[in-house]
Design a protein around this ligand. Sequence first.
Ligand code: 48C
Length: 305
Amino acid sequence: MHALRKIPMRWEKPTEHVCPDQALLLKISDQRRCDVLMMTPWFAPIVWEGTYNSEILNEQFRQRNVTVGLTVFAIKKYVVFLKTFLETAETYFMVGHRVNYYIFTDRPEEVPKVALKEGRNVVVLQVQNYPRWQEISMRRMEMLSYFSQQRFVNEVSYLVCVDVDMKFNDQVGVEILSDLFGTLHPGFYAAERQSFTYERRPASQAYVPSDEGDFYYMASIFGGTVMEVYKLTKQCHEAIMVDKANGIEAIWQEESHLNKYFLYHKPTKILSPEYMWDDNLGRPEILKKRRFLAVRKNHAAIRNK
Ligand code: 48C
């Protein structure tokens, strides 16, 4: 455990990563980029446009006949996001592969009917709501761990766990799949470690000291095999409950616990901000695709309703 804690990472910003002799690289393969970091120090690929071949990957996963579970929570007024979410997922998410949409909601009758392509199913799971949006957000860890071992383990090979106030805007395919994957937060992918908004209070189970940390991950899209997602969500839920018993709530709720988990259980793949973007952040040159986009929302109108 301590080995993971003290990786002497001098962390150059991904955008400052300069390739060696570009001519040599271009001879090796055209699936390289020189403007972004493509690999972590623990050999986890960082997925950017132009660094992988979809045809090869799709063939690999078709041969394995995988089914992918996409989990999404639409509690209370957030049901309003489901129509766009599902329609855009049908267009862009794991096209050509088997997909189960697992929709967790307290309002099953408000789940919209959306036309589904071959091999794709909607499963509605009724769950309770909570007064505070923070609690609703954090309780996702509890429900994901419970259903992973009760049901998902028998139905899908991989889980992709996402926020619902989002829309797919470009292909999100099998290139994201790995044992355990996290996503770079769009606001911090080029930031220094000290500026990461980790939980800094030692009293919280999500505490990360200021001289530690690899990346800042966003909790709106993560996933992996069912077993790895089960372990992650179970540990995060248990940590959240310990904090609750101690009268503390981590600064960014379950996202703080996810970041703590990924510090000591390194993800085997990392998604670039292409997979979690907010147009309020503009369009940096390195962002060749905006695949999964935050949907503008009026928090006052839908939160705690
Ligand atoms: O489903 C709900 N209902 C709520 O009232 C509050 C949160 N949520 C779920 O938690 C949604 O799936 C949200 O996407 C997620 C919390 N994430 C957000 O609200 C922003 N995407 C950060």
